[in-house]
Ligand binder design. Structure first.
Ligand SMILES: [Zn+2]
Length: 471
């Protein structure tokens, strides 16, 4: 509406111009500009090994400056000792000083990608067969580019929101050992990102095999990733004279016992809402099992049906899995040391210590220690899914995709919400991108996202933020 009004005066000239434009640009003259920002962001390598988030942040800041944002509302932040892991803070001021801001949050770093493994160059945005290909096209440079595009459009259109709209582009979400930008901001720049709530990535809309839209998900809770180290040490000796007391044997028995264990089934508000919503979408045996588990989480038959799906299995409980092993020092020596990394995904409400206690009990061997090698962040706390947050998502989804249900969910993985929720900024994941059943192979080879998904998501997030900003 506002776009059309801007161009209303030279009506005839506009009509002639429109007739000559491609169909996509006709509907929205800002689309090509958005695509250029998205392309630039994808083509800025932001891997930890050879990329530069600070450069990506500077490039995005330049677009905002061009759009008229004063320097005082744009800030590049660079954590000390991490020159390439910086980010951007920007804001569009609200008219009501009493109204709390809302925060558009996105990480701009990406998972490593090796050119020789990929079919196409991972750091070139390639449009092919209805898809955008490239590292970060889905996770999460589309949403990051939309946040920048939103701020440009809002300013251009003279949008004066009630609340201040804040933008934070950060680095270090994808690599556990890296400095996490959102965590750094929560600790060092808490006031700068203060907001009633934040919107970021996490879950998408689902498409079926035929490309039909099934549901749009919104992330309202997530599990916490925590590593535990199992270690067995021994005096060792010559392998020609073996003894029963062997560090590797102690360790593998302990790992084996962990492999057979399932943590008890649990539900929280987000997973309850998810299973209730998905039961309606899916029906059949799975739908019936979801309803049965909602009624009785200890219904073993129903749990067994849901456990066949790796996502549902992970949503129902804390999980722990062996991810790395190292042991021994020579092929002809009895091992002096054997170690395993156990990666646990802790269900909201469980604690780091209670999971360690369970592992110790399973290990059941004084020759094997269970320690916590590092703590990345606080245990995730769920964000309450209030009508203030949920209703606008439902409203815009109903405009764009009538009949497609909005379904809250608990994410077995983790996002930057793990740093903002404990800092008192409830953080939700929603993007309006509908993705194929394989999720676009994010983090993997040939990452991709449907072109229409990105463009529809852009419209969705533009309208959503406008509604939030005027609440
Ligand atoms: Zn991501």
């Amino acid at each position: 509406m506002k776009q059309a009004a801007r161009f209303a005066a030279p009506a005839l000239a506009l009509l002639l111009t429109i007739a000559a434009m491609p169909a996509r640009a006709q509907q929205d003259p800002g689309l090509e500009r958005f695509r250029a920002i998205y392309k630039e962001l994808v083509e800025t390598n932001t891997t930890l090994s050879s990329g530069d988030c600070t450069l990506a942040a500077r490039r995005m800041a330049a677009h905002l400056k061009d759009a008229g944002y004063p320097e005082s509302d744009l800030r590049i932040f660079v954590p000390e000792g991490h020159p390439k892991e910086g980010g951007l803070l920007a804001e569009l001021h609200g008219s009501d000083p009493q109204a709390k801001a809302i925060l558009m949050l996105a990480h701009v770093d990406v998972v490593e990608a090796k050119r020789e493994d990929w079919t196409r160059d991972p750091f070139t945005l390639i449009e092919e067969g209805g898809y955008f290909y490239g590292r970060g096209t889905a996770d999460m440079k589309a949403q990051a580019a939309i946040w920048v595009d939103n701020l440009i459009r809002f300013r251009e259109e003279g949008f004066h929101p009630k609340r201040t709209i804040k933008l934070a582009l950060t680095c270090g979400e994808e690599t556990n050992s890296a400095l996490n930008g959102a965590g750094w901001l929560a600790k060092n720049e808490r006031a700068a990102i203060d907001a009633a709530f934040a919107i970021t990535e996490g879950v998408d809309g689902d498409l079926d095999d035929q490309g039909h839209k099934l549901d749009l998900q919104i992330l309202a809770a997530e599990k916490t990733s925590q590593n535990y180290q199992l270690e067995s040490t021994n005096r060792g000796g010559h392998s020609s004279r073996p003894v029963a007391d062997n560090a590797i044997y102690h360790l593998v028995r302990a790992v084996d016992r962990i492999s057979h264990y399932e943590f008890p089934v649990q539900l929280d508000d987000a997973s309850r809402a998810y299973f209730a919503g998905m039961a309606k979408v899916l029906g059949g045996e799975n739908g019936a099992a979801m309803l049965a588990v909602l009624k009785n989480p200890q219904d073993a038959a129903a749990v067994a049906i849901l456990d066949k799906n790796v996502n549902w299995h992970a949503m129902l409980r804390t999980t722990c899995v062996a991810t790395m092993l190292s042991a021994g020092h020579a092929t002809n020596a009895l091992p002096q040391r054997a170690r395993a990394n156990i990666n646990c995904r802790i269900f909201p409400g469980d604690s780091l210590e209670s999971v360690r206690a369970t592992l110790l009990k399973l290990v059941d061997d004084p020759a094997v220690s269970v320690t916590v090698p590092e703590i990345r962040g606080p245990i995730a706390t769920p964000a309450p899914l209030t009508p203030q947050v949920l209703k606008p998502v439902e409203q815009v989804a109903a405009q764009l995709w009538p009949g497609v249900p909005v379904i809250p969910t608990l994410e077995p993985g983790a996002t930057d919400a793990q740093f903002l929720n404990p800092a008192g900024i409830p953080t939700y994941g929603v993007d309006g991108f509908f993705v194929d059943p394989d999720g676009g192979n994010i983090h993997g080879l040939n990452e991709r996202i449907r072109v229409t998904s990105v463009y529809e998501g852009r419209t969705f997030l533009y309208r959503l933020i406008q509604i939030y900003a005027n609440q």
